[in-house]
Write a protein that binds this ligand. Structure first.
Ligand code: TYM
Length: 344
């Protein structure tokens, strides 16, 4: 072991997570990520949250004005969901060059075979992999750098990011092993709660996603009350009444999804929800869900709209967050360069 290098037990309990500024925020992003970020902010962790604009240009060309607007809108979404810039660091990735600098080193640690196994790469590149960007292929190494440039120990994400966090662990392990150090922590994915995988409202086998061509498949955090209610009313379900126990949701993906959403929005368990609504038809349950969703989401979308009227304030928050982030990241990158043998 290299002398003086921090050992894992000495790592500060530090959370890092990121969201891409592509499209509007969805209910999936809120329940799988944002809502949980604001909860963890008040626990015993340092918290760092990032708008990953460098990831946002990997999959398709982004119109520059649209990317800039989506970045500010996402910042507004973080703040409106309860992220307090006085308690958490909030910034956009491109302002902290250390992410990309560490990512280069990780590009040289990660193996082609590891990257080729990433299911998101396979899904997003599809049959046309030859035409996908190099950035899309390397994306998980940049994500590992996002996490490890802060020595983050915990990464709250939805189900779909689990494999990327596992790759982050593999990269940290290989780096530590190759250089004979205990330098990077083996970060834990934190995937908890009733809504770690919110599904499409139109197809219970597909994830709710910003990129689904059907807007009816998702609830956007910017949807107004009537739109939210209409989308829930039209959500696909089956003809049976709701069961009284979670076992009764097996093989009923759409029903399970709506119950999971209800549980997550009301901060209760699926079992408690079913104890309350078991035996009801969807014609009765859907208006209950719509009312709950509007009550929880409307204050957030109203606050987002208010914040978006003050883009200068948003930019100032991001700049301050970037300064704080850099103060953590820069020494970790410098130590990495020392370990690798890069003279400075
Ligand atoms: P992204 O932008 O696709 O999604 C942001 C967060 O939202 C979660 N999420 C969902 N959770 C439940 N149900 C859904 N339908 C749903 N859709 C999205 C995601 O799991 C994620 O937590 N690669 C990441 C961004 C990233 C990152 C990081 C995350 C870049 N660097 C470092 C953590 C740490 C992504 O594309 O997430």
């Amino acid at each position: 072991m290299t002398e003086g290098v921090q050992t894992p037990s000495a790592f500060t309990k530090r959370v890092f997570s990121g969201i891409q500024p592509t499209g509007h925020l969805t209910l999936g992003n809120y329940l799988g990520a944002l809502k949980r970020f604001s909860e963890v902010q008040d626990q015993d962790y340092e918290t760092i949250f990032c708008i990953v604009d460098q990831h946002a240009i990997t999959a398709t060309f982004q119109d520059p004005a649209v990317l800039a607007r989506a970045t500010r809108e996402l910042a507004a979404g973080f703040i409106a969901s309860g992220i307090d810039p006085a308690k958490s660091v909030l910034f956009n990735q491109s302002q902290v060059a250390e992410h990309a600098q560490l990512a280069w080193i990780f590009n040289c640690v990660a193996r082609m075979g590891w990257m080729q196994r990433m299911t998101q790469w396979k899904d997003k590149a599809g049959k046309n992999a030859q035409n996908a960007s190099l950035g899309l292929f390397a994306y998980p190494a940049l994500m590992a750098a996002d996490i490890l440039v802060y020595h983050a120990t915990h990464v709250p994400v939805g189900e779909d990011q689990k494999q990327h966090v596992e790759l982050t662990r593999d990269i940290a392990t290989k780096f530590n092993h190759d250089y004979g150090v205990d330098f990077f922590p083996i970060a834990e994915p934190v995937i908890e709660g009733a809504a770690t995988r919110v599904m499409s409202l139109r197809d219970g086998s597909k994830k709710m996603s910003k990129s689904d061509p059907s807007d009816m498949s998702r609830i956007n955090m910017t949807d107004d009350a009537d739109t939210i209610a209409a989308k829930i009313r039209k959500a696909r379900t089956d003809p049976d009444a709701l069961p009284s126990e979670s076992k009764g949701l097996e093989e009923r993906a759409e029903a399970r999804n709506l119950v999971n959403i209800y549980a997550a929005l009301s901060d209760t368990s699926v079992d408690d929800v079913l104890a309350q609504v078991g035996g009801k038809q969807f014609s009765e349950f859907k208006p209950m869900l719509a009312e709950l969703a509007v009550a929880k989401l409307s204050p957030i979308s109203t606050e987002m709209a208010r914040l978006m009227e003050h883009p200068d304030e948003i930019d100032a928050i991001l700049r301050k967050g970037a300064d704080q982030a850099r103060a953590v990241a820069a020494p970790i990158l410098q130590r990495t360069y020392d370990i690798v043998g890069m003279v400075r």
